[in-house]
Design a protein around this ligand. Structure first.
Ligand code: GDP
Length: 589
């Protein structure tokens, strides 16, 4: 057989790998599925996955080779770039703890950098926008929260080049700051810290820097590698400097993309609009997207009918790092889906169909962990099931809530069962589906009509609505914690040697002895041990010394104990009482 070498730079799409192997895409998707990997045609596989699959297919003549590329994050999709790659604007996400000033920062930048009046005209929710600083563009992403990024990362894409972490100088590093740091690191994004609210009285820049260093971010001025810019988002202080630093970082990173390839990118928002159909926000990451072109994303496809820039102005052509809003998709693609341009409608339809099959497989496999199946199969599984219904204002938020819920680590003890999801207000059907089941309905940015909340109250169905995703996740986490078995904590307290047994009744004993170690105290539990064998568990109800009630007997002292037993215990001289306390503690995830 002819030897074949396939070079992989970072990753390879299912489509590309099938082509390289001379297999049909369906065959490859099938093999991936058998190996527990649910992939769509334009999904990227890493080197390890590709090797496993080639092994699985028994293709001994095929050799995989890792192609060395520059380690720079020069392309969002980790795609190998050609010599013709051109510079592209940086894609920046602003993250940080709640109330530290993310929204204020984005608002001030927007007002500062857009012509008077323009910003005011933007009323709809925007998921991305572009600012011009010193004649160069910067793309900012505004997302429902960190979880959204985590969800995108799960889809195998890298969305941001730079993460600006906002930390309030009067509050320091907080849980979501740490989350943002971890996210940026895991996504391989460059970090710039904006130390905000420096106009405030309690602001302490040095303390904030020290706090950040303790969390692994060393400021440049202290010999580290993280740029930290003290700003006041509210007072518009040092924001130019922050933008300078973003551009400088972009320069160092040499951010580039190919434009002579079919257009590709990511779905960052999608919703339906009356009269327009699907309205989808895309971030182009490679190639140039034009109206009239055919694109596929997940199980849907379409011809780009209209394309608008983030301000709502028609745009004929979108280049890499440019966010646009398009219409023309037959159906709503999911948040985080990769889109690709294809040559004609027939190819688009075929690819969407293949993706739909892959997605159906995913659904089927997801259901295997569902509570119904578990119950039907009567599997003696220690895990408990948490049922949820998720409703959101737009598909993007539903997807990001669902994906984030799935990311809650329950150490395998709780199974999350997504009963259903949907866009729109909570309705009768949701309550109907939740009734009789131990199910929580979560609404994100949606409302609950009064008749529905009455119906839910009557049926005992909990409905929880949130506007902040992490609050929703906190609640879900709390619900799952309630399902966990409590942790039992026992603490040894001491040991007594029994020297006399004065009275033994059905549920009580009076005995005397010498405390060898620790102490004996009323309220302690004790194990009766004879020749190293456990006999029974008893409880100390009172302690006496020289016939007087005392608080405790300590090592070296002798005295009497009244013990409570669950059933008759035949305590004997020479037995040991091993005292301990037992607490049950609610566990957390
Ligand atoms: P987010 O939750 O991170 O989006 O925080 P917000 O942008 O909503 O800000 C939370 C609060 O902090 C608001 O009351 C802002 O007005 C205030 N704030 C934000 N930035 C600054 C700042 O630079 N200085 C002062 N004094 N207040 C600020």
């Amino acid at each position: 057989m002819e030897e074949k070498t396939i070079q992989i730079a970072g990753s390879i799409t299912v489509d590309e790998l099938a082509n390289a192997l001379g297999l049909s895409v369906t065959e490859l998707i099938g093999t991936l599925f058998k190996n527990g990997i649910v992939a769509t045609i334009n999904q990227r596989l890493d080197f390890e996955t590709a090797s496993i699959i080639i092994d699985e297919l028994g293709l001994e003549n095929v050799k995989l080779e890792k192609k060395n590329t520059s380690t720079k994050t020069s392309d969002i999709h980790n795609r190998e770039l050609s010599d013709k790659a051109v510079d592209r604007p940086p894609v920046v996400a602003v993250m940080g703890h709640v109330d530290h000033g993310k929204t204020t920062l984005l608002d001030t930048l927007l007002n500062k950098k857009t012509v008077e009046g323009e910003a005011g005209g933007i009323t709809q929710h925007i998921s991305a926008y572009q600012l011009n600083h010193d004649g160069r563009w910067i793309t900012f992403l505004d997302t429902p929260g960190h979880e959204a990024f985590a969800a995108i990362r799960q889809h195998g894409a890298m969305l941001t080049d730079i993460v600006v972490i906002v930390v309030a100088a009067d509050d320091g590093v907080k849980p979501q700051t740490v989350e943002a740091i971890n996210f940026a690191k895991s996504a391989n994004a460059k970090i710039i810290v904006a130390i905000n609210k420096i106009d405030r009285e309690g602001a302490d820049i040095d303390r904030t820097k020290a706090d950040l260093s303790n969390h692994g971010l060393q400021p440049e001025e202290w010999g580290g590698d993280i740029t930290m810019v003290p700003i006041s988002a509210k007072m518009n202080q040092n924001l130019d400097q922050l933008l300078d630093m973003i551009l400088l970082t972009a320069d160092i990173e040499e951010l580039k993309a190919d434009i002579d390839i079919p257009a590709e990118g990511l779905v960052i928002e999608s919703h339906m609009e009356t009269g327009k159909g699907s309205v989808v926000n895309l971030l182009v990451t490679g190639g140039e997207l034009k109206t009239g072109e055919f694109i596929v994303a997940g199980s849907t496809y379409g011809k780009v009918r209209t394309m608008l820039d983030w301000k709502g102005k028609p745009k004929g052509k979108a280049t890499p790092s440019v966010p646009v809003t398009v219409t023309g998709f037959k159906d709503l693609p999911n948040f985080g889906d990769r889109f690709v341009e294809v040559k004609d409608e027939k190819t688009a339809r075929k690819m969407a169909l293949l993706n739909a099959q892959a997605i159906a497989n995913e659904m089927a496999s997801a259901n295997v962990t569902g509570s119904d199946l578990l119950r039907m199969m009567n599997v003696a599984d220690n895990s408990k099931v948490f049922n949820v219904i998720v409703k959101g204002d737009v598909l993007g938020s539903v997807t990001s809530v669902v994906d984030s819920l799935k990311l809650i680590d329950t150490h395998g003890e709780i199974t999350l069962n997504i009963v259903s999801t949907g866009v729109g207000d909570i309705n009768e059907n949701d309550v109907y589906m939740a009734a009789g089941e131990n199910t929580v309905i979560y609404g994100f940015n949606v409302s609950v009509p009064i008749n529905i909340s009455k119906m839910a109250a009557r049926d005992g169905v909990p409905i929880r609505t949130y506007r902040v995703i992490y609050e929703l996740l906190d609640d879900a986490k709390h619900e799952m914690e309630n399902l966990l078995d409590a942790e039992i904590i026992e603490e040894d307290k001491g040991e007594m040697k029994v020297l006399g047994v004065f009275r033994t009744e059905k549920t009580s004993i009076i005995a005397g002895g010498e405390v060898l170690t620790g102490e004996a105290k009323a309220g302690y539990l004790a194990r009766v041990v004879r020749n190293k064998q456990f006999i029974a568990e008893v409880e100390v109800t009172s302690v006496q010394k020289e016939k007087m009630d005392v608080d405790s007997l300590v090592a070296g002292e002798t005295g009497g104990l009244a013990l409570k037993t669950a059933s008759k215990v035949d305590l004997q001289i020479g037995d040991r009482l091993k005292f301990f306390t037992r607490e049950t503690k609610k566990r957390t995830l």
